[in-house]
Design a protein around this ligand. Structure first.
Ligand code: COA
Length: 146
């Protein structure tokens, strides 16, 4: 992981468009879904965190403020060929640092059911039962930031 760097990218920038392409390929197209212009416009106030290996984008996520205390982690995506190599862990840990820097004390998220163990390893706990989102089962999770 030593060669990886992290960057907050500006909504609408070329770097942002690259994160949208990565999210589309990892999170949406496999479900037969795609982002609408309205969905992308609605995330203009969010924090977009990107992870690079050299110049290559390898992972990204979004932090959406919920209120003064809480931020929602969304759209966590690691490029398929880079998965299971510690990139997701490093990205989530960096995002928690970013969230703290922005004054947030808690992270919430909706995890795909098969990914719940990934977040549990990172200290997140389930709250409530299973529900459906983007056609697949999810569970709500949360973590208080140290
Ligand atoms: C889920 C995802 C973000 C995880 O990132 P990753 O880089 O592959 O995961 P890491 O290599 O950092 O794994 C960190 C730890 O979680 C574990 N882990 C990762 N994915 C897991 C899974 N689906 N089930 C159980 N454990 C998992 C790893 O074994 C590792 O454990 P360790 O610390 O004991 O070695 C990534 O695989 C991905 O983008 N998947 C497709 C999109 C997706 O499902 N996004 C999440 C939507 S909620």
């Amino acid at each position: 992981m030593s060669t990886h760097t992290f960057q907050i990218v500006r909504h609408g920038s070329q770097e942002y468009r690259e994160t949208v392409a990565l999210r589309d390929s990892v999170l949406r197209r496999p479900l037969g879904l795609h982002f609408t212009p309205e969905q992308l416009a609605a995330e203009s106030g969010d924090i977009h965190l990107a992870c690079y290996d050299g110049d290559a984008l390898v992972a990204c996520l979004i932090l959406t403020p919920v209120d003064a205390r809480t931020v929602k982690m969304r759209q966590v995506a690691v490029a398929q060929e880079r998965q299971a190599q510690g990139v997701g862990r490093a990205l989530v840990e960096r995002s928690e640092h970013v969230a703290r820097e922005h004054g947030f004390a808690e992270v919430v998220l909706n995890a795909r059911l098969n990914v719940v163990p990934f977040y549990e390893r990172l200290g997140y706990e389930c709250v409530g039962g299973v529900f459906e989102e983007v056609t697949i089962p999810h569970r709500a999770m949360r973590k208080t930031l140290a």
